[in-house]
Write a protein that binds this ligand. Structure first.
Ligand code: ZN
Length: 198
């Protein structure tokens, strides 16, 4: 894909950017060395870090807050570097008003670099879920665990879609708990297996 300058953002959901592959690369020391324009647009639209400054040169694992997810990233990275084929898996990257199902390809490049490329498989608009809005800062109570990979939310021993979890908890938009990112047993299982696959 040729480089394109980001265009001014016309609205909350940009269909063109939603369907471009989001790509970043790390060098042999696992530091981010490239992000594409689609990545920058995506980060902008989703309240992520603005721009590539401060990001380029930083260790990839420093951007992942929970230890188990870091561990799984490590496994997948090692797997991608050792394998002749890309490591592929599905994951969710939702916004409050959109369920996004993506497929990640992690593949080794010459010189120890690794490329992460995400493609949208499916988009489902929904009534906005304020629990997932990073701008909703007034939160209290016990943190809710959300899986970083499938966006299921833990309610006691069950992992549920966020809407079902809110309903089960009787939580309202006026009284939101904080979110804490982790990994659910199903994702831990499938990704650990993928990372350890021969
Ligand atoms: Zn999960």
């Amino acid at each position: 894909m040729m480089h394109r300058r980001p265009q001014p953002n016309p609205g909350p959901v940009r269909q063109d950017s939603e369907h471009r592959d989001v790509v970043y690369r790390i060098d042999a020391d696992d530091r981010i060395c490239f992000v594409n324009d689609a990545w920058l647009d995506f980060a902008d639209a989703n309240a992520g870090p603005s721009g590539a400054e401060g990001l380029l040169g930083s260790p990839i694992l420093s951007h992942i807050s929970d230890a188990e997810t870091r561990h799984i990233y490590r496994l997948l990275l090692d797997r991608a570097r050792a394998a002749a084929r890309p490591v592929r898996f599905r994951y969710r990257c939702d916004s409050p008003e959109l369920r996004r199902l993506l497929e990640m390809h992690i593949r080794a490049l010459p010189g120890g670099q690794v490329e992460f490329s995400s493609r949208v498989l499916r988009l489902e608009p929904r009534a906005p879920v304020r629990l997932l809005d990073p701008a909703a800062r007034q939160r209290r109570g016990d943190p809710l665990q959300i899986c970083s990979w499938c966006k299921a939310v833990q309610v006691q021993t069950a992992w549920l879609e966020v809407e079902a979890a809110m309903q089960r908890l009787g939580a309202s938009d006026a009284d939101l708990p904080p979110l804490s990112h982790g990994i659910c047993p199903a994702c831990s299982d499938r990704l650990t297996r993928l990372g350890g696959a021969p």
